[in-house]
Design a protein around this ligand. Structure first.
Ligand code: GLN
Length: 503
């Protein structure tokens, strides 16, 4: 073993050097994921002849399953595979999923998606957990590291989200790709970048010391008996068995409701069971983690309007006064664009504040996250004051809202990843990270319900009235977010007690 854990964690400067390798693997994975996600609804409507509503429901189901599966991926990583093998297995499944879609996207659509769902579950939470292990438990530079990593996530999201669909629709490379091959190549592209992600990880492993090794590996920091091979193969087989099940459940969206109502309570029961096995001090930290997880459901429920009601709002109620850009394009990629620039800066701001001993702790950062989110929604509300009688308003102003919402995201999302790694015991890291993402699954689910409510309220009205209905809704959501932020700040002394030495 070339590097010991101590050598890795005692790095000089602002970032551990391994973070760059993890940054790139995650960037390519998110490219593959957002590339595919960006094509889903359009492909279902234009190629599979789904109705708009059906396509949206199916999209929501896919998102819910993707993030719900991170719990399973995290759990198996803790117990059997370790982070590295999980990541590899997940990456392979994602490649298979994308290749299936590339072969015949029309015929094997749901099969390909199901592979990607299970694969993401094994990949996504575990790479974030490895970032956490680059730091000692109380290293104040961790939030900055996660902010940088978050920039990588969004760089991948931006590139993949833009390029894949552009190839599929024939807006890019149309002269060299024959029409009947466009969608095949677009999905195939996602497979190629995922291969790049895994190759990059093969090299990364060499500098990771003992981080992410399988439980029971002789070089692992926590000593335990080796995992029998049949258990490892059992996980692989089990995840393959999940594929057809997911396929059926995604295809029939009524199952999503049952699934969502079952998985949350089950994971909570399991967490409570695990809590009986830890020390009282560790238990308190897990309670604190649960507070963050529960609040994040509300955050994502409001935030994720971007894929639903805000995309309809962008299509119907916005002009092109921002450099002539397409409002939906801005809605889809504006957030990621801001994050790429702001995330590293905000990370450095945390380090700078820490040196002056005035860095806000995690609960206050979360509170700020909600307050920015709320203010962003108030800005969305205020777009109505710039509207003409046809209900068309300013894209410029809308973009300011995106910027404010993004500031909120940066106070919550990377910080949430970071705090999960700090509050979890060593053997529950993957599972807790999975729970963090499971909250996103619920957020997506809640977002869908809120969006559907707004859509029903505006049914049959004029474009101007629709603007009023939507912006009224956004004001309401803004208020909820600000209230949640204030509540978080008010309960911060209690949560701080639960967190003990963790900041
Ligand atoms: N956009 C971030 C990512 O893809 C956060 C997702 C989430 O937690 N909902 O990683």
């Amino acid at each position: 073993m070339s590097l010991t854990l101590d050598e890795i964690q005692n790095f000089k400067g602002k970032y551990p050097k391994q973070i760059w390798s993890l940054f790139f693997s995650e960037m390519w994975e998110r490219f593959c994921f957002y590339g595919m996600r960006g094509m889903l609804v359009f492909f279902m409507i234009s190629q599979l002849n789904f109705h708009e509503k059906e396509a949206n429901l199916q999209y929501g189901a896919t998102q819910a399953f993707v993030y719900a599966f991170t719990f399973v991926g995290g759990l198996f990583a803790d117990k059997i595979l370790g982070f590295r093998k999980s990541l590899f297995w997940g990456g392979l499944l994602m490649i298979v999923g994308s290749l299936i879609l590339a072969t015949d996207p029309h015929k094997f659509f749901f099969l390909g998606i199901a592979f990607t769902v299970v694969g993401t579950g094994f990949f996504k939470p575990n790479i974030s957990s490895m970032v956490g292990q680059l730091y000692k438990p109380n290293d104040s530079r961790a939030d900055a590291g996660f902010s940088l990593f978050y920039a990588g996530i969004n760089l991948g999201a931006l590139l993949g989200g833009y390029l894949c669909i552009a190839i599929g629709k024939g807006e890019l490379f149309a002269s060299i790709i024959p029409e009947e091959l466009r969608w095949h190549l677009a999905f195939g592209f996602a497979a190629v970048v995922m291969v790049v992600s895994l190759i990059n990880f093969v090299f990364t492993q060499r500098s990771l010391g003992s981080i992410g090794l399988q439980p029971g590996h002789p070089d692992n920091e926590v000593k335990s008996a080796p995992i029998p091979k049949w258990q490892e193969y059992g996980v692989y087989v089990l995840s393959l068995i999940f594929v057809p099940i997911i396929m059926i459940m995604v295809a029939k969206t009524e199952y999503t409701d049952y699934f969502m109502w079952t998985i949350g309570p089950l994971t909570l029961i399991y967490l409570f069971y695990e809590m009986t096995k830890v020390t009282p001090s560790e238990r308190k930290k897990l309670w604190a983690a649960l507070v963050f997880i529960l609040f994040s459901i509300l955050f994502w429920g409001i935030y994720e309007q971007s894929g639903g009601s805000l995309s309809i709002f962008a299509a119907k109620n916005l002009n092109k006064d921002l450099l002539g850009l397409d409002p939906n394009g801005v809605n889809n990629s504006g957030g990621a664009f801001f994050i790429i620039f702001l995330a590293p800066l905000i990370g450095l701001l945390w380090i700078w504040l820490n040196k002056r001993k005035i860095e806000p702790n995690t609960i206050i950062k979360f509170g700020l996250g909600f307050i920015f989110l709320g203010l962003g929604y108030y800005v969305l509300f205020a777009t109505r004051f710039f509207a003409n009688l046809q209900g068309i308003t300013s894209l410029n102003f809308f973009t300011i809202a995106l910027l404010v919402i993004t500031l909120g995201e940066l106070c919550l999302s990377p910080i949430g990843l970071s705090i999960m790694t700090k509050l979890s015991t060593k053997n529950l890291q993957g599972m807790m990270m999975g729970m963090w993402f499971l909250a996103s699954a619920y957020g997506q689910y809640v977002a869908g319900i809120i969006g559907a409510g707004l859509a029903t309220a505006k049914e049959g009205s004029t474009n101007y009235d629709a603007l009023i209905t939507y912006t009224d809704g956004y004001k309401q959501l803004g208020l909820y977010a600000v209230i949640a932020g204030v509540v978080l700040i008010l309960i911060s002394p209690v949560v701080k007690k639960l967190m003990q030495d963790v900041k």
